[in-house]
Design a protein around this ligand. Structure first.
Ligand code: GDP
Length: 431
């Protein structure tokens, strides 16, 4: 039997292998309670424990030597995270202790869990949906509240879109089935069907185009500083970092490549990018830097165009935000003005960035689809394209059913072992 569908008893540490006040070892499967009880000084207290109860006890090794005082939380199937018999042992937070408990549980008969196997079991037992599992993953992986909010929104939006596509295909299928059941001919005579199928095709097409638009990365926002040479991009970059990382020079075109660094603005983790100046140049290296700058700008979540006294009156290009630098030189007061040299106005710029990012979160949200979701969607799209050309009713129904089955996979309704592995193996062990 494959590991995926086995219900043997698995064990893993649910907390990182670090010294801390407490650590948790998790055991799930038919024998979770029996295996755990073998480690306890008073094993019988566990046998009759009801679901969601905590028991204070001691773990002893095979020679009867005490390993640690622990709290054992018991969750009876199906009222547990995995839907199976589940035990969580809270011990003191030393990797020595938790590893010894893990070893003893393995000697009792438990197997080390694979990455994401607890969540995979929870999914298989109907305790969580794929959407829930992605939210759990995002909660653990996020490095800021802003990132978490954005990730949660993006996940909900993605599954909403998948559900919409699924629903739309089922509606087409219902129309086709109605003609199959009640119609008098095999020729397709369903009014509005072509528009329905076209709509589904457009919905899938939009989903597929998502990752190709914006977003260089997930997990943080990316801001690119753009503008002609010498307007102060590197100076602002350094000001934000509060240390000299980028080369600041009076000679135009000093920044030959682009530099990246992370800063925090409020709740957000942000990657800032100092691009090369965007002037026309004959110098090959600088030209390459400019090219890179352009592509980074295209992919950044937010582009900030800097001006200085010599460029303010004729903006060289468009951007999400225009910032007028070197206000100490000409006292410019229109719009968002700063001096990267003195730091004046930089706090206002950070607030403006925070506002833009909030808008970004609620609007564009960074909705992304994974490579495997993309290939499943592409398959569904091919079925839909085929459905839009076939002339016989049974073939049309078959194409629509195949498309529906593919989209069902995305919703976790009709899922193969390979797909499940792909989804859950990216998680960490113990989750
Ligand atoms: P970049 O080519 O756009 O990256 O521009 P730099 O950051 O290298 O700056 C070009 C020149 O402008 C340097 O001499 C900086 O010291 C100067 N500079 C940058 N920001 C300011 C500012 O706010 N005020 C003044 N007076 N000079 C600035």
């Amino acid at each position: 039997m494959s590991i995926l569908f086995s219900n043997d008893t698995i064990v893993a540490s649910a907390t990182p292998e670090l010294k801390s006040a407490l650590a948790i070892v998790r055991i799930s499967g038919n024998d979770a309670i029996r295996f755990t009880s073998k480690l306890l000084r008073e094993p019988e207290v566990l046998w009759s424990a009801r679901s969601s109860t905590s028991i204070y006890s001691s773990i002893v090794d095979q020679a009867g030597i005490e390993v640690d005082d622990v709290i054992v939380n018991v969750y009876r199937a199906p009222r547990s995270f995995t839907g199976e018999e589940l035990v969580e042992i809270t011990c003191h937070g030393s990797p020595l202790i938790s590893n010894q408990i893990l070893d003893l549980l393995r000697l009792s008969g438990a197997r080390m869990a694979e990455s994401g196997e607890f969540s995979r079991r929870a999914f298989l037992h109907g305790k969580i949906t794929l959407e829930d599992s992605e939210i759990i993953h995002a909660r653990i992986a996020s490095e800021s509240n802003g990132q978490l909010r954005g990730a949660q929104l993006a996940i909900h939006q993605k599954y909403d879109r998948f559900r919409e596509v699924y629903q739309a295909i089922l509606e087409c299928l219902a129309l086709v089935n109605a003609q199959i059941d009640f119609g008098e001919s095999d020729d397709i005579q369903i009014s509005g069907l072509a528009e329905h199928v076209e709509r589904v095709q457009a919905m899938i097409g939009t989903l597929l185009s998502l990752n190709e638009t914006r977003k260089l990365n997930s997990g943080y926002f990316t801001i690119a500083f753009i503008g002609p040479p010498n307007v102060g991009k590197s100076s602002l970059f350094n000001k934000l970092l509060e240390f000299e990382r980028s080369i600041v020079s009076e000679v135009p075109g000093t920044t030959r490549d682009y530099l990246e660094a992370f800063i925090r603005v409020g709740d957000h983790k942000i990657k800032i990018i100092d691009t090369a100046g965007l002037r026309e140049t004959s110098e090959a290296i600088e030209a390459r830097g400019i090219e890179l700058g352009r592509s980074v700008n295209d992919l950044a979540d937010l582009s900030i165009l800097l001006t200085d006294p010599s460029t303010r009156h004729q903006l060289p290009q468009s951007a999400d935000l225009v910032v007028h630098n070197k206000r100490d030189l000409d006292g410019w007061a229109d719009g968002l003005t700063i001096s990267a040299k003195t730091g004046a106005g930089v706090a206002n710029l950070l607030s403006a960035i925070a506002t833009c990012l909030l808008e970004f979160e609620s609007g564009r949200s960074g909705l992304e689809i994974s490579t495997s979701e993309r290939s499943t969607l592409e398959r569904a799209l091919n079925w839909i394209k085929s459905a839009s050309t076939v002339k016989e009713l049974p073939l049309l129904a078959e194409d629509l059913r195949s498309a529906a089955q593919d989209v069902a996979i995305l919703l976790g309704l009709n899922i193969s072992e390979d797909t499940l592995n792909h989804i859950f193996l990216k998680m960490c062990i113990g989750k």
